[in-house]
Structure formats: C-alpha cells, structure tokens
Design a protein around this ligand. Structure first.
Ligand code: C5P
Length: 247
C-alpha cells in the first residue's frame, strides 16, 4: 500500500530544520525556541547516537514532527527490522539508501507500512557529495543525474516508497519522471546572502519549491545564525510566499 502525498504539504512540514547538535540538551534548548506550527525537525546520525529514542520522544512531546535521517543500507532483513523499530518511535519520516536495491526497499517499506501508517519512507538516491568520479570508483559508469533518475524510479515506481531525499537541482527532473505523488525533500538550501558552508550546489527556498521540492531541509543557516529566530522568520516568509511573488 502506498499512501498519497501532496507536492506542497502544509507549512509545518515544508521547512525541516536539521538539528545538527552534538548533545541532547543543546538540541532540545534550540527546539524549544522553534514553533512546531512552522517547521519539522531532522535528527541525524550524531545526535541520534548520543541521544537515542528518548530525544525523539522529547521532540514529539514538544509537538514536532521528526525526520529520523539514518539512511539505512544493509541486507533486507536487517533494514526492515531497523525501519520497523524506527517507525515504532512515531517519527514522521525515515530513510534508506536506494542503492541497497529493490528487495531491501520493498522489505523496508512493508515493515514501515505494517508498523505505523503515519510514518513515510524516503530513499536517498546519489549523495550530493558524490560526482561522476565517485560513482566510477564504485563501478557505476552512468552520469550522476542518470543514476539519480534510475534509483528514483526504482524507489518510487517499483518499491512504492513515499518519497526521495534529493538535491533541489534534481527535483524538476524527478518530478517529470515520477509525477506528483512522491515527497521530494531537498537539503542544500540557502538564502542569497547566507553563504554555502560546505554545500557545493545550493538553491534558494523559492527556487527549490518551483523546481518541485515538497519540503526543504535547512541546518546551519538557522541553527548557527546570530539571530536564529530572525533566520527562521526569513525562511518561513519566503516559503509561504505565493509563487507569483517570486521573481
Ligand atoms: O547546515 P545545512 O543546511 O547544510 O544542513 C543540511 C542537512 O541536510 C545536514 O543535516 C546534512 O547532513 C543533510 N544533508 C545534506 N545533503 C544531502 C543529504 C542530507 O546536506 N544530500
């Protein structure tokens, strides 16, 4: 069973703030300054390794939807078990690597669907840190964009997953190939003046939505801003502008 998703979900899930903190206390203190009506939160490897499911529970208690970004990739049975355990925590989004293959993704999806009908499963196609050279090193001769398209079709059309994590540069191509259903979650987003940090290919929030992103992930431009509340406000305003207000 695959659930329909909307291309542009409600405002509270259009912006996902990456809580990339090294400890639970710092993450919670930051989360308390945010409004669950304006954003969801992403918990990645480092924070989950130090703080675990207890932190997810605290974030849920504060009213946030949570994207647990652990990018599982292992044999089908192991990934299915991990996804079942993740779905039991009540998180909104979890993810696997599409390069784990069709059988792995189907097993993961079935485990999520059996466990929690409010959890959606996303696939990572090609990491944005990989280029043609990185793919060649692991025996993939296709261009990165073609590999993204191939893995996107495998994840959405064949395995029935709810969406993909992808770069905003790939969103338009993926929308053309996959239609309106999949959630496309895109990191690497910056306002014009905020610098790219270590992100190589960045895009503004409006351009990402125009290209077909359902939700954007923003970390340091909000979490490391001198005035995080003002930075939040800037992203929320820009994401909720009508399309014709975008130059
Ligand atoms: O601070 P910044 O906005 O660059 O954070 C982006 C977040 O999205 C980080 O948590 C990073 O791990 C994650 N991410 C990414 N690029 C991807 C996938 C995930 O930056 N391709």
């Amino acid at each position: 069973m695959s659930r329909p998703t909307t291309v542009t979900p409600e405002p509270a899930t259009r912006l996902i703030v990456a809580l990339d903190f090294a400890e639970a206390d710092a993450a919670l203190a930051f989360a308390r300054q945010l409004d669950p009506a304006q954003c969801a939160l992403k918990v990645g490897f480092e924070l989950f390794v130090v703080a675990g499911p207890a932190l997810l529970q605290r974030l849920h208690d504060l009213g946030f939807r949570v994207f647990l970004d652990l990018k599982f990739h292992d044999i089908p049975n192991t990934v299915a078990a991990a996804c079942r355990a993740a779905a039991r925590t009540g998180v909104w989004l979890i993810n696997v690597h599409a390069s784990g293959g069709l059988e792995m993704m189907r097993a993961a999806h079935e485990a999520v669907r059996e466990t929690n009908d409010t959890t959606s499963l996303l696939a990572v196609t090609v990491l944005t840190s990989s280029d043609a050279g990185t793919l060649r090193e692991i025996g993939v001769s296709r261009e990165p964009a073609d590999q993204v398209g191939l893995l996107g079709e495998l994840a959405i059309q064949k395995a029935g997953l709810e969406g993909l994590v992808c770069s905003a540069q790939e969103a338009a191509m993926l929308r053309r190939r996959l239609g309106e259903r999949p959630l496309l979650v895109t990191p690497g987003i910056r306002l014009e003046d905020s610098g790219g940090d270590d992100q190589k290919r960045v895009m503004t929030p409006e351009r990402a939505l125009e290209a077909g992103a359902s939700a954007i992930v923003v970390g340091r431009p909000i979490t490391r801003a001198p005035d995080p509340a003002a930075a939040m406000e800037a992203f929320v305003t820009r994401l909720n502008m009508p399309n014709d207000a975008v130059e």
